[in-house]
Design a protein around this ligand. Structure first.
Ligand code: SAM
Length: 291
């Protein structure tokens, strides 16, 4: 396990993933009934953007750095405000020096009846995450293999909520593990919302993953793809993908407002595209795209 998210925190992929995650959590808050978020690859929770790691890549400058103070169309600004408020909450006014990871963003949005289970396998990161949430009775930090958690921790006793699966993709076979993990989790809890992150880097692997999902027998799958540049000759993170299983009925329309607004600020030209496509479900094959 060499992957360190500190090099990448706040990059364009984090922005898209966390903006979508915040919309889904906000949807769950529409009912009083408690829900749980299970974050299977949680990271350390809070990232110092002045650290050597973050400064070395500077990825956050081309991600959250371009968004936090940017003028946004009114509807997109409203939809993005829960996410951007979570980022502002860990920073002093007017200065961007820290970035919250997925568990910190989710925790910022929870009500008092809701719960978060944050799973992290790397012992140092799990330790830092546990210290971050020390004394917080709504959050449980567990040092565990996230793939195991998909079996052992589902369904949650609240019977409402979402599962974020955000693996590092540092080893071969991660697409396969995502497919298997989702199939296992879905069998245990078909009613949950699942969010799976994937890189758009190896296009053939992405195509095979999408085909595998479409054939998985899962009722509703929405695929968001957000590319910041046309395919690079060398393997490079050209885009970010998100699979959303069981998206709430409001989500597709919201994300069609959010993605183009983010794309205008984050995409390099030329030929960068975003898309929203049903792989299974209400309108299979229906696509919204933009450049
Ligand atoms: N979800 C985080 C966020 O959005 O802020 C970022 C997570 S980062 C992409 C992936 C994390 O998974 C790393 O912190 C890594 O240490 C951890 N990890 C790697 N393999 C794991 C496994 N099998 N189970 C749980 N965590 C794992």
């Amino acid at each position: 396990m060499n992957y360190r998210h500190a090099y990448h925190a706040g990059n364009f992929a984090d922005v898209v993933k966390h903006a979508a995650l915040a919309r889904l959590v906000e949807y769950l808050k529409q009912k009083d009934k408690a829900f749980r978020v299970l974050d299977t690859h949680a990271g350390i929770g809070l990232y110092d953007l002045s650290s050597d790691e973050a400064q070395k890549t500077g990825e956050w400058r081309e991600g959250i750095g371009r968004i936090i103070d940017a003028p946004l169309p009114p509807q997109a600004a409203t939809l993005l405000s829960p996410y951007l408020d979570a980022v502002r909450d860990v920073n002093l006014a007017g200065r961007l020096t820290r970035y919250p990871g997925s568990p910190a963003i989710v925790r910022h949005l929870l009500r008092k009846q809701d719960r978060l289970s944050a799973i992290e396998l790397h012992p140092d990161d799990a330790g830092r995450l546990a210290r971050h949430f020390a004394g917080d009775f709504q959050t449980r930090v567990i040092e565990l293999d996230g793939w195991l958690a998909l079996g052992a921790h589902l369904p949650p006793k609240e019977k409402r909520g979402l599962v974020l699966v955000d693996p590092p993709f540092e080893e071969e076979g991660e697409f396969g593990r995502l497919l298997d993990g989702l199939a296992r989790a879905y069998r245990r809890w078909p009613g949950g919302i699942y969010v799976l992150w994937y890189p758009i880097k190896d296009r053939r692997a992405v195509d095979a993953f999408r085909a595998g999902l479409a054939a998985a027998g899962i009722a509703k799958i929405l695929d968001l793809r957000f590319e910041i540049r046309s395919p690079s000759p060398e393997p490079r993170l050209d885009g970010t993908g998100l699979i959303v299983v069981n998206p709430p009925f409001t989500f597709e329309n919201e994300i069609r407002v959010v993605l183009p607004a983010l794309h205008r600020l984050l995409a390099e030209k030329p030929a960068a595209r975003w898309s929203v496509e049903w792989l299974a479900g209400e309108r299979p094959g229906a696509t919204a795209t933009g450049a």
